[in-house]
Design a protein around this ligand. Structure first.
Ligand code: AKG
Ligand code: FE2
Length: 217
């Protein structure tokens, strides 16, 4: 992967939309790399299949998850944490593909977070009706690093609030290829995903897949 991913794709001009201080929506940013991303995703899923984890409170999440990278986000009755080992296989999570890393690092730089080096990529799979309630991403050790979130497949309504749970979230429709980066002053802002509407995506089928890149350790 070259240093500038868009070097070879001169027709791509991703648009940017400011969401809050430190938060930006890069529309269509990952679209040129969709085939490479999907191929890499298939390999990850073959080794670390999606599974619906349980919250510490005992509820099964509607979103199915897996990870790649040296750290993976897991939840079970004992709590939320990052773990280098997939609890289902007993093996390390699949390596983070170089394409994933390059897209995440470049999107972060585009958003003002040059030098971002993700060690974790949580992969979320939403089928129609699946949702993610408002939460903060706070299981990472270093909040100086942003979160880089890549949307693939069916569009979803992303809810982006503020520092307090009660802050009314703004709604953003995220489409296939869109990337949201949040960090700095908005690193700990509450966010979530509204129940996924049914549909069929030409490349991804009847689902939405979201990749969130994090610096966990
Ligand atoms: O699916 C999304 O767009 C957001 C996912 C998310 O917030 C998370 O995995 O922590
Ligand atoms: Fe999150």
């Amino acid at each position: 992967m070259t240093a500038d991913l868009f070097e070879a794709v001169p027709d791509v001009h991703p648009s940017r939309e400011a969401m809050a201080e430190g938060a930006v929506l890069l529309r269509g940013y990952a679209k040129p790399f969709e085939n490479e991303v999907v191929a890499a995703l298939r390999e990850i899923i073959a080794r670390a299949p999606f599974r619906r984890m349980f919250t510490p409170g005992g509820h099964q999440m509607s979103v199915a998850m897996t990870n790649c990278g040296t750290a993976g986000w897991v939840t079970d009755r004992s709590g939320y944490r990052y773990d280098g080992i997939d609890p289902d296989s007993g093996q390390p999570w699949p390596e983070m593909p170089s394409t994933f890393r390059a897209i995440a690092e470049q999107a972060a730089a585009e958003a003002g977070f040059a030098g971002f080096t993700p060690d974790a990529c949580l992969i979320n799979r939403y089928v129609p009706g699946a949702r993610m309630s408002l939460h903060q991403d706070q299981d990472e050790q270093d909040f100086a690093a942003p979160i880089v979130s890549v949307s693939l497949g069916l569009s979803a309504i992303f809810l982006f609030g503020g520092p307090k749970r009660a802050d009314k979230p703004k709604r953003y429709r995220l489409e296939h290829g869109d990337i949201v980066v949040w960090g700095g002053p908005s690193r700990l802002f509450f966010h979530g995903v509204a129940p996924l509407a049914d549909g069929e995506h030409a490349l991804m089928g009847r689902q939405r897949i979201n990749l969130t890149f994090r610096k966990a350790r």
